[in-house]
Design a protein around this ligand. Structure first.
Ligand code: AMP
Ligand code: MG
Length: 499
């Protein structure tokens, strides 16, 4: 074999490899935690969106994955080397009621380990029926998958912990909902898919052994430093509580409404997960609900912190057997951590709101100062995102809020408050501009992009939207178009469950 031929072989090998480096620890857990099965092949897959930057950051071969072989993998028509597809078992409290669930239309291909040693779940969403499909078809429609792609990537760019989206493909097969829609599969990337609902499922298997296995697996995977703690499971509960307090505070800062904060949609690693009927609030109103299935406003914007705490109580219940040998003492330990949630949330929330107002230090009256701005906004039906952006740009537009006498007084107080800190106004403005996005995925813009993609197979708007959302704190001419507030009232907007 001559030298040239060797080189040719080497290049060839590289060209047929997506760069996957699977090491599947979840598939080594007890068999009752999941079901092994392959995706159901699809007829005529087509790549709709591919996240080159994400692929590269994961150490994957973007060029290969963008081509036909990648398409075969993202559509479930070919299993990547060393992947071990499983549907994860989990339960969950849905709108307060306990249900057995599991991945009904999702398969975890495996855990990809990046060149720098980070581990990510690679999942296909919409990959066909599983033993957990109940009455569902195991498939997903293009619109909701693009919605998850766009909003998850927007959240990431906003600096909020979230699952990511690597690819969206159409299947060439219809899915039947209220109407016939194009089928699609989303490839989702997450630190893991261990949910509060996973603990609820495992706690149901037997008293203690399974929960111990899952708790230690979670500690090893996400919080190895806590293993040295004298009570590692208590430390796990504390840390998960803190992560959730942080996550929901970040949601509140940008006006994000998850829509279905069921326990099966709360991830133990603190990422935003399962984008269904979620949306960003336009006009500031704590009672804002978008989801068509949330009739009582359980998951309204203003309720999100309380609902996170409720979910954490369900998590604590599953952990009781491993928190302490004595059940009463276990309950006391759990209660103490749970009771710390509102304070933890408030601290994260206040820190972010201070940044939104250009404040570096703490003053005792900051909370009433922030609350008074929010009530002015509420009374005047002010747009949440653009009000903070206008304040950052020192624009006082001709809008009802900016003519309200209470607001004018508030503005004076705020200026005085800023003058009392050592940092200059310029530095404050910089902090504000990097804390108050110019663009968010406005509902009307997302809908417009999805409609064009679904009705006409045209991805131009979706791509432009993704581009703009990838740099949400910048000010550019293109941003101007996307930062405009919708004309229709926000209350009329509804999102539907992503099935
Ligand atoms: P979600 O609302 O996406 O969090 O899903 C809740 C549960 O319903 C999960 O167990 C999903 O796997 C399942 N599910 C949602 N849509 C489908 C579908 N089309 N086919 C089968 N299962 C589904
Ligand atoms: Mg879910």
């Amino acid at each position: 074999m001559n030298h040239n031929k060797l080189n040719a072989n080497k290049n060839n090998n590289k060209a047929v490899h997506g760069g996957w480096n699977f090491d599947n620890t979840y598939a080594r857990l007890p068999e009752s935690f999941y079901a092994r099965l392959n995706p159901v092949p699809v007829r005529d897959p087509n790549m709709v969106l591919f996240n080159r930057a994400l692929a590269e950051s994961l150490g994957l071969n973007a060029q290969f994955l963008e081509g036909d072989e990648g398409l075969a993998e993202f559509s479930g028509n070919r299993i990547p080397e060393n992947a071990e597809p499983i549907a994860m078992a989990y339960a969950g409290h849905q709108f307060g009621s306990f249900t057995m669930l599991g991945d009904g239309r999702v398969l975890l291909l495996g855990e990809h380990v990046t060149p720098d040693g980070q581990r990510f779940d690679i999942q296909l969403k919409g990959s066909g029926q599983t033993p957990f499909s109940r009455r569902g078809d195991g498939r997903a429609a293009l619109g909701p998958m693009l919605r998850e792609y766009i909003i998850s990537e927007a959240m990431h760019a906003l600096g909020i912990p979230t699952t990511r989206s690597l690819a969206a493909v159409t299947t060439g097969e219809p899915v039947f909902r209220e109407t016939t829609l194009p089928g699609a599969i989303l490839t989702r990337v997450a630190a893991s898919h261990i949910r509060v609902g996973t603990f609820e499922y495992v706690a149901n298997l037997d008293e203690k052994e399974s929960i111990k296995i899952l708790a230690h697996y979670t500690l090893n995977r996400h919080y190895p430093h806590l293993k040295a703690h004298e009570n590692p499971c208590l430390a796990l509960f504390k840390t998960v509580t803190e992560r959730q307090a942080f996550l929901v505070a970040r949601w509140q800062h940008v006006g994000f409404i998850h829509g279905v904060m069921n326990t099966d949609n709360m991830s133990l690693c603190g990422e935003t997960i399962d984008y269904g009927p979620c949306a960003f609030m336009d006009v500031y109103d704590p009672s804002t609900v978008f989801s068509s299935i949330d009739h009582h406003g359980r998951y309204a914007y203003g309720n999100q912190p309380r609902m996170a705490q409720w979910n954490l109580a369900r998590f604590a219940e599953t952990l009781l057997p491993v928190l302490h040998a004595d059940q009463n003492q276990a309950i006391d330990l759990a209660k103490e951590v749970l009771a710390s949630f509102p304070e933890k949330f408030q601290a994260f929330w206040l820190a972010g709101m201070r940044a939104k107002l250009g404040l570096f230090n703490d003053e005792a009256d900051d909370l009433p100062l922030i609350d008074s701005l929010l009530s002015c906004m509420h009374r005047n039906h002010a747009d949440y995102t653009s009000t903070f952006r206008d304040l950052s740009l020192e624009i006082l537009p001709d809008k009802p809020l900016f003519r309200d006498q209470n607001f004018i007084e508030w503005h004076k107080k705020w200026q005085e408050r800023m003058a009392r800190q050592p940092e200059s106004m310029n530095v404050s403005r910089e902090l504000m501009l990097s804390s108050n996005p110019a663009v968010i995925p406005r509902n009307h813009r997302v809908e417009e992009a999805l409609e064009e993609a679904v009705e006409r197979g045209d991805l131009t708007k979706a791509r432009e939207l993704l581009q703009v959302l990838s740099d949400p704190y910048a000010e550019s001419p293109l941003h101007l178009k996307y930062s405009s507030v919708p004309e229709t009232s926000a209350g009329a907007y509804q999102t539907f469950c992503g099935t």
